[in-house]
Design a protein around this ligand. Structure first.
Ligand SMILES: Nc1ncnc2c1ncn2[C@@H]1O[C@H](COP(=O)(O)OP(=O)(O)OP(=O)(O)O)[C@@H](O)[C@H]1O
Ligand SMILES: CC(=O)N[C@H]1[C@@H]2OC[C@@H](O2)[C@@H](O)[C@@H]1O[C@H](C)C(=O)O
Length: 375
């Protein structure tokens, strides 16, 4: 019998690979509530390795794959330990961990569609002594879906405003929107890059993992011809359901479009910021024309230059953070994976077929049992 009143933990390292977000979550009438959260940073060498693998700059042999899977699992277990210590929570009072893992490849279309999140869940269960639910995307992909985005179900539960069309915009490495329609319908998809390309260009030209506040972009001038060239990527015109990742939008993608043309690094950064803002605004105009407000979450809420540009493009819609609704924009994804773990233990579906394109609702994830004798 599942104890539905217990605490859960949600874990995710997203496409920015900036750290492992860990959230301790309680439930009240099935609604998740954040109790405590932290971001456990990746050691720099590991972050670089994950990025190289995710962008196909490093081809992994099976031994290297196995080692990376375990190393990521160990870091996820460390994040759990830190979360329990900081919050003063004994492991025994946590019913389960929902671990998204680290996406290293996402190819949900074609003859053999797949999506790959790694971070050995048995290692997390063994080290934390807590049951782990993981592998949340593959059942949806097996059912013909994209396996992503999964957050729209949680956005609907926490942020829908009956009678109004509202958009939730996640600005992670990749950007995705959820459209919460006035009539209750929920749709959503990945619009394209958010911070991933901005981070990569910042690292290459300034040695900084991200462009704090968007200052680097703000120091340059957007180039119209380059922007038009980038927006020609066929992904932007694809109809939903659709999802993407670092295997598509990465520095190699950008370099191929820059070709032999010379731009100042700051002008490219400004153009990348405009690419994120324009592709998001175009998607909202096309799929949520009647939206009255847009709620932001994900690390991009801290990029003042990006938020300012989005505000201009989305005018007259109101643009605020999910924080205005009492939802921490930095930990919504981790909170959602705690909810998904609970759904799995309750035998309830986690996907929204109208979003992912799956043939139907599916119970998502697999359970990795903790060692019973040590509890
Ligand atoms: N102060 C800041 N200024 C500018 N950008 C910032 C700032 N703080 C965070 N960011 C951006 O937010 C990113 C992290 O966002 P987030 O944690 O939401 O991404 P993610 O969860 O890895 O991605 P995804 O949602 O695609 O899986 C950083 O890589 C950085 O680009
Ligand atoms: C395959 C994968 O990891 N996709 C991520 C990624 O990061 C943002 C966007 O692309 C979204 O589709 C998804 O993550 C969130 C957690 C989701 O499933 O809603």
């Amino acid at each position: 019998m599942t104890d539905v009143s217990a605490l859960y933990i949600g874990l995710i390292s997203g496409t920015s690979v900036d750290g492992i977000d860990a959230a301790l979550v309680s439930f009240e009438q099935d609604r998740p509530q954040l109790v405590h959260a932290l971001t456990h940073p990746w050691p720099e060498a590991m972050r670089e390795q994950i990025l190289r693998v995710a962008q196909d700059e490093t081809k992994l042999d099976l031994d290297a794959y196995g080692r990376l899977d375990v190393a990521i699992g160990q870091m996820f277990a460390d994040a759990v330990k830190e979360l329990l210590t900081q919050s003063g929570t004994p492991a025994v009072s946590v019913r389960a961990i929902g671990s998204h893992g680290q996406t290293i490849r996402h190819r949900p279309s074609g003859e053999y569609p797949f999506t790959l999140q790694i971070g050995d869940s048995s290692v997390i269960a063994e080290r934390s002594t807590i049951d782990v639910v993981a592998d949340f995307r593959r059942a949806d992909v097996a059912a013909g879906g994209q396996g992503a985005p999964l957050l729209p179900a949680v956005h609907a539960m926490l942020l829908a405003r009956p009678g109004h069309t509202r958009v939730v915009l996640n600005l992670g490495g990749i950007a995705n929107i959820t459209v919460l329609s006035a009539n209750g319908h929920v749709s959503g998809f990945d619009t394209g890059p958010a911070n991933g390309l901005l981070d990569a260009w910042s690292l290459r030209h300034r040695g900084e993992a991200f462009d704090r506040g968007g200052a680097f972009a703000a120091s340059g001038r957007m180039d119209e011809a380059l922007l038009a060239n980038l927006l020609e990527d066929p992904y932007f015109a694809l109809p939903p359901p659709k999802s993407t990742g670092r295997e598509h939008f990465h520095l190699g993608w950008l370099d191929a479009r820059l070709g032999s043309a010379t731009f100042s690094p700051a002008d490219v950064q400004a153009t990348l910021l405009e690419l994120t803002a324009k592709s998001v605004a175009n998607a909202i105009a096309e799929h949520a024309g009647d939206a009255s407000d847009v709620l932001l979450c994900g690390g991009g809420v801290h990029n003042g230059a990006l938020v300012q540009r989005l505000r201009e493009l989305l005018h007259p819609r109101e643009l605020t953070s999910t924080g205005t609704q009492g939802i921490d924009p930095d930990y919504l994804e981790a909170t959602a994976f705690a909810w998904l773990a609970r759904q799995r233990l309750l035998g309830l579906p986690g996907n929204l077929p109208a979003v992912t394109g799956a043939r139907g609702p599916r119970v998502l994830g697999a359970v990795y049992a903790a060692p019973r004798t040590s509890r």
